[in-house]
Design a protein around this ligand. Sequence first.
Ligand SMILES: Nc1ncnc2c1ncn2[C@@H]1O[C@H](COP(=O)(O)OP(=O)(O)OP(=O)(O)O)[C@@H](O)[C@H]1O
Ligand SMILES: [Mg+2]
Length: 510
Amino acid sequence: MAAEPVIQLRDITKRFPGVVANDGVTVEVGRGEIHAVVGENGAGKSTLMKILYGLYRPDAGEILIRGRPVALDGPRHALHLGIGMVHQHFMLVPGFTVTENIILGSEPASHGRLDRARARAVVARLCQQFGFRLDPDAQVQTLSVGEQQRIEILKVLYRGAEILILDEPTAVLVPQEVEELFTNLRRLRADGKTILFISHKLDEVLAIADRITVLRRGRVVGTVAAGATKAALAEMMVGRPVLLALERSPAAPGELMLEAQDLTVADGDGRALVRGVSLAVRGGEIYAIAGVEGNGQSELVEALVGLRPLAGGRVLVGGAPVARHTVREARSRGVAHVPEDRHRRGLVLPMAVWENLILGHHRRRSFLRGPFLRMPAILEFGRQRVAEFDVRVPALRTPALALSGGNQQKLVLARELAFQPRVLIAAQPTRGLDIGATEFVRRQLLAARAEGRAVLLVSADLDEVLTLADRIGVMYNGRIAAEFAHGEATPAELGLYMVGTERKGREGAP
Ligand SMILES: Nc1ncnc2c1ncn2[C@@H]1O[C@H](COP(=O)(O)OP(=O)(O)OP(=O)(O)O)[C@@H](O)[C@H]1O
Ligand SMILES: [Mg+2]
């Protein structure tokens, strides 16, 4: 432990209805330390970080910053004490430049007017000081996810943060971007900054952290130094040994279940986001689309499930074209959808867990008696799904918004896999899930494949894509830039296609 603890959390307890999110948590973090916090979904990581950032008040316990007890009364106060949180859902203004976004809300002024030149110089100096590759004049809408994240970090640094909180920052990054983030974080550490880092990817945690605190069900299991093994960490997290290998049965592709033919999708202004994508997925097959977010995967999926109109081409399910392009039509044809944005598409957050579990399926005969919901049957169904998917909920009547991120994701999966779909379209299905849950979901996808379902997996997680997929299409700039069979590509190769530095195969003229 470094000599000088910058952060001391002592005996922090935070309760929510039906759950103790943090239960006597004690953690110390030194100056110039990268400290990781790991644990299962719902273990209390984000809650602890929100307490440190002044978003939640603890029910009991003490926070000391640089040795002084503080009663944080909001993010503004936290920032004043040098504590900054790097946002995961980027809150940037697309039409603004990098500099404008960084200074937004704390613009340098001279004689009451915005001093652009000075702002630009400050941002350029920050970039140089910490080795951030970023053009201060670039428009945010032209930047990659990794670059946007750099802006979020700089925003916090610009406001004078000495302590940076990053809650699952790598979930949205490709391997090359993770490397670059880590390089940046090491520079910050060398400069004496203190970093709190949350990730479910233990390889990453072991690569970057000086020390690691493991939480389980709200309590600290222990704090270990870098050099721990992945298996040991996993066992501390889960409380039992965790299997880390998946078994994949030999491929047995069947009938064509899902086809996209020359699919084009445009935005409101007629700009093409998906440009002539064709793909075919057979029963018993997992076709994975790898890609950096924002290259058309989301729009492709939305078009396939009837959430977005087609500008051209067609979709076939079970060999027959989809006539009416609606979600209901897709669902009645046996297409299940695990959306990437569970807040907007997957769940109705104020609704109870049981309601979310039958969302879109409440007209099923087994759930109705005449016009009325058969509550005993529905609650029994809910209990089963929640148990099978290990969704950690205080009660079936708890609103979905009170669940941790990972448990919300498990809730969507529990519903979408419940109704025996012919086609399962899963977008980022394990994003934000802990290792146990990730393993479980991957097994579910393999089980769906073994049962002869067609699985279209969209994932930015290359390990996932490489382990599960029979075929991989890399999507870049609205097109499938390259296609690989299982075992044909390495993560690094896929990464190159994902960022557009390599092109191959099926891509049409630019
Ligand atoms: N605003 C809230 N209202 C009610 N319960 C909450 C709230 N925020 C968190 N909880 C509960 O507190 C517990 C800890 O949640 P937290 O978000 O801290 O977990 P986490 O470790 O960040 O999990 P994940 O890996 O899934 O993000 C969970 O049981 C969650 O349901
Ligand atoms: Mg969390």
